[in-house]
Ligand binder design. Structure first.
Ligand SMILES: Cc1ncc(COP(=O)(O)O)c(C=O)c1O
Ligand SMILES: [Zn+2]
Length: 413
């Protein structure tokens, strides 16, 4: 990135254009969240679609000219991004739409889309001269940061609810990060992590306040557009907790429009769990986002007060998207249906996006010409007990062909 191509960071509340240097997490005037603002003409002077075509880099760093860091990390052999965009024509036929694709971000190194944000955050933290990185996490951001800081040789401290799925907490410790299992919910972990980072001169990788993270997450939109020959889809279904992923997806498509590489913005649909729907509720009420007492099987989107809620609302409204609320039953059924129709095992939060798509289809909101993408944000292997809720309990079968036959017949019932 040519640092001169950054005009500053704009506050989405008071609109102040904050200089990029020194870096601020939030608006120094009103404390609200910021967005990086680029000079697209300057970027276009050194970068074009043709140039990108000739770039053999497959990771998120292929989009370096559109990322707010000075240089790509020296080590990129653990590839973040470049995840599969898979077509499922039979699902498109079944739902009467032109195309149905899954962007499978469970295929990132630590198993979730969060790797995109961690990778850019680690690089930015280095450029800010910080020797350690702190994050609050419902599980995935932390396990992602733990894996990638291990790879890049950086120290990390992660605050996560002690109740997060054991696989995610284990993943954090396995990579040698310092885990603080907070006796409280994600919101408590969030405040503690921010205080720890700011008082200990560490870099703060808290989703929803650090604008760098949305810049990392936006690379998923850049890949979707590039893999579709710069023809953007009509609808993207995104699972939403804090609202940072959907803000990042919006930013990616917004930047492409700014560069003149694409011509439309897809409708970005926010899918939240019924028990954690602060953003979707605020859309139907037409008012401010109010905190809820979150309770859902989809741990990664279980959030009382969304930290990037206002930007998420803007992403939904400006893109012409809708809000969907899905019950825990719908999420678990969608998780199983997705696994069986596509071979993709999504965690409950990610499966919520598919549940939102199923709801939209059932309500007749999709048209025959529509091209739809569901964003799968994390792998189900991190939360086996949730998937087990809809699976039959199986007992060992005797090593006897006749008994095996009876057993398999039983499974079909
Ligand atoms: C797998 C998965 N999906 C969706 C989300 C929701 O992202 P956001 O909190 O940015 O809305 C998360 C966040 O932790 C996640 O890990
Ligand atoms: Zn402001």
């Amino acid at each position: 990135m040519n640092p001169k191509a950054i005009n500053g960071l704009q506050c989405h509340q008071c609109n102040w254009l904050v200089p990029a240097d020194p870096f601020h997490y939030t608006c120094p005037k009103c404390g609200k969240n910021l967005d990086f603002v680029y000079d697209y003409d300057k970027i276009s002077m050194d970068w074009s679609k043709t140039e990108l075509n000739q770039n053999s880099e497959k990771s998120i760093w292929r989009f370096l000219p559109l990322l707010p860091v000075i240089g790509a990390p020296e080590r990129t052999s653990v590839r973040v991004g470049g995840t599969p965009l898979v077509n499922f024509p039979e699902l498109a036929d079944k739902h009467g739409i032109a195309s149905f694709q899954i962007k499978d971000d469970s295929r990132n190194p630590s198993g979730s889309l969060k790797d995109r944000a961690s990778e850019v955050g680690i690089q930015h933290g280095r450029e800010q001269g910080k020797v350690s990185i702190v994050a609050a996490s419902t599980g995935n951001a932390g396990s992602s940061l733990a894996a990638l800081t291990a790879y890049h040789g950086v120290k990390s401290v992660i605050f996560a609810p002690a109740s997060a799925p054991p696989a995610k907490l284990t993943q954090i410790m396995q990579h040698g990060a310092q885990l603080v299992p907070v006796d409280g919910n994600y919101d408590a972990a969030f405040d503690l992590a921010f205080e720890w980072a700011t008082t200990r001169d560490a870099y703060c990788r808290n989703t929803g306040i650090n604008p760098i993270l949305a810049e990392g997450k936006k690379t998923v939109a850049l890949e979707i557009a590039e893999d579709n020959g710069w023809q953007v889809p009509d609808h993207v279904f995104v699972p939403v907790g804090d609202g940072c992923i959907i803000s990042g997806v919006f930013k990616g498509f917004f930047d492409l429009l700014g560069l003149g590489w694409t011509e439309t913005m897809p409708a970005l649909h926010a899918v939240q769990a019924e028990g954690s729907a602060a953003i979707v509720d605020s859309l139907s009420r037409g008012g401010e986002i109010a905190a809820v007492e979150a309770n859902t099987v989809a741990d990664s989107i279980s959030v009382d007060l969304p930290r990037d809620g206002d930007k998420a609302r803007r992403a939904i409204l400006e893109s012409g998207g809708l809000g969907f609320k899905v019950s825990d039953d719908e999420i678990l059924l969608a998780q199983k249906a997705l696994s069986q129709a596509t071979g993709i095992f999504a965690e409950p939060a990610a499966a919520a996006a598919y549940a939102g798509f199923l709801q939209a289809s059932q309500k007749g909101l999709l048209k025959p010409a529509d091209r739809v993408i569901v964003l799968i944000t994390g792998t189900g292997l991190k939360d086996i007990p949730s998937a087990q809720q809809l699976l039959k309990q199986v007992n060992p079968v005797k090593a006897d062909i006749a008994q095996i036959e009876t057993y398999l017949k039983g499974l079909e019932e």
